[in-house]
Design a protein around this ligand. Structure first.
Ligand SMILES: O=P(O)(O)OC[C@H]1O[C@](O)(CO)[C@@H](O)[C@@H]1O
Length: 460
């Protein structure tokens, strides 16, 4: 079991824009400051995602509850958005067999389907409702704040549908939210709905290892302990302020350095694995919402994360990565072992010009393409890194989650911003509240009325 970070494709000996040994050494004081800033936030009590031991009691409660709650379910529905949805999607794709929801109950060993409703597009909401037998469904309402409009709208609808069928909210809902704040907490207390805690010092995009991820994982009988153990193993490996001894710090430092010194601020994450294809969108939210900020002195900073999947994106985005602007780094995730690997047959009558595939496996083709693409990019002077994971399982996924969460906080120290807020999303939310008549936001009228009018000339 191992996760290894190979950064050789970022360094000067591989690409002309990469740092040499002296440049890496010169980063020392900045890295030390980023590590100190991290520890200062932990001491302030606002940064708790590393402290998985502190959540052991709540985890035990989750496992206990799920052992009973999962009986007799056909469907589990997660209502959530952003950090309250992307982790569950990633867990499902990584740890349940492919096309889980399309399988018959037998093919799912009697376990439920998992739907993550992370939007308010009526087509998706209505489409899902048509599929569900609510009497055999558990709905997880996931919202750290307990007030996000999209999730609350979904909750109100599901609550209404349950009531219309005479189904008990206690039996069919569960909340995952802040221990004290927000509308969900009040409803849980008043109506006895099972509710699990996201610690106040664990923000939404850092919450996948809290009940936000562990409740859905436990309902599916996934190995929650291995997920947490993998995360703890990674955390304990990433403690040093020395670049060469702390892989998460090395990732953050080299991505930031590429941005700062060579304008390479588009950061691609490209797992060569369908199981890890939803790690990309989870990383995109983490990296974008944490790091895209205005600094205290008014500068606009931050990288632009991009999700890709190998080998699929070799036929879509790699052309851009190879010959487009020199503004990107590409981080590959290479999976060493594919337990369900398949040989590529070349039986009688197979075309002679496909004989080169004979004797190889699909897993071999995938891994070779990963190495070949990394090599091709390096030859073109494009910086790359590779995270090598032994296999995709709960332990390694926990490690990857922790790796990127730690790297995000280190990167924030280097960019000089606060990774824990997201002031840039507020105005759009407030204008929506104003339009919906929310009493607290009636002061937004002037701004709403000053918005540029749409130009009918361009409407087709
Ligand atoms: O879990 P909540 O509070 O519903 O928030 C959902 C998402 O909305 C944001 O607060 C803002 O986009 C994200 O940070 C968060 O993951």
């Amino acid at each position: 079991m191992a996760i290894r970070l190979d950064v050789s494709g970022m360094l000067r000996r591989a690409v002309p824009t990469g740092p040499d040994a002296a440049a890496l050494d010169a980063l020392g004081p900045r890295l030390a400051a980023a590590v100190q800033a991290f520890e200062a936030r932990v001491r302030e009590g606002v940064l708790g995602f590393r402290d998985l031991e502190a959540q052991a009691g709540e985890r035990a409660r989750v496992l206990d509850w799920a052992a009973t709650a999962r009986r007799g379910l056909d469907d589990v529905v997660v209502l959530g958005i952003g950090g309250s949805a992307l982790g569950a999607v990633c867990l499902r794709t990584a740890l349940l067999p492919r096309d889980w929801n399309a399988r018959s109950a037998d093919q799912r060993d009697g376990r439920p389907r998992l739907h993550v409703l992370d939007n308010v597009d009526p087509r998706s909401v209505a489409g899902l409702l048509e599929l569900l037998d609510l009497a055999r469904t558990r709905v997880l309402v996931v919202s750290k704040s307990g007030s996000t409009a999209e999730t609350m709208a979904q909750y109100l609808l599901l609550r209404d549908r349950l009531a219309a069928q005479g189904l008990s909210a206690r039996e069919h809902l569960a909340f995952i939210t802040d221990p004290d704040k927000g509308a969900l907490r009040k409803v849980a207390a008043a109506e006895g709905i099972p509710a699990f805690e996201v610690p106040p010092n664990v923000g939404g995009r850092f919450s996948v290892l809290s009940p936000v991820g562990t409740v859905p994982a436990a309902l599916f009988g996934l190995d929650v302990q291995a997920l947490i153990d993998g995360a703890i193993a990674m955390r304990d490996r990433c403690t040093s302020a020395q670049l060469r001894e702390n892989p998460a710090l090395a990732f953050a430092a080299l991505q930031w350095h590429a941005h700062e010194t060579a304008g390479q601020g588009a950061h691609v994450l490209m797992p060569y694995s369908d199981a890890l294809r939803d790690l990309g969108p989870w990383f995109v939210q983490l990296w974008a919402e944490s790091l895209g900020k205005r600094t205290a002195d008014g500068r606009h900073v931050g990288p632009t994360p991009i999700a890709a999947v190998g080998a699929t994106d070799q036929h879509a985005q790699v052309q851009l990565f190879m010959e487009g602007p020199r503004d990107k780094t590409v981080t590959f995730v290479d999976v060493e072992s594919h337990p369900d690997d398949l040989g590529i047959p070349h039986g009688d009558g197979a075309p002679a010009d496909l004989a080169y595939l004979r004797g190889h496996t699909f897993g071999e083709l995938l891994r070779t393409e990963c190495r070949a693409t990394a090599g091709a990019l390096a030859r073109g002077g494009r910086p790359t890194m590779t995270l090598r994971v032994s296999q995709v399982d709960a332990w390694h996924l926990g490690g990857l989650f922790m790796f990127f969460e730690l790297a995000t906080i280190y990167a924030a120290g280097l960019y000089g911003i606060d990774p824990l807020d997201q002031p840039g999303v507020e105005l759009g939310k407030q204008l929506t509240y104003y339009q919906f008549g929310h009493p607290q936001w009636q002061g937004m009228r002037e701004i709403w009325e000053s918005l540029p009018a749409s130009d009918p000339h361009w409407v087709l």
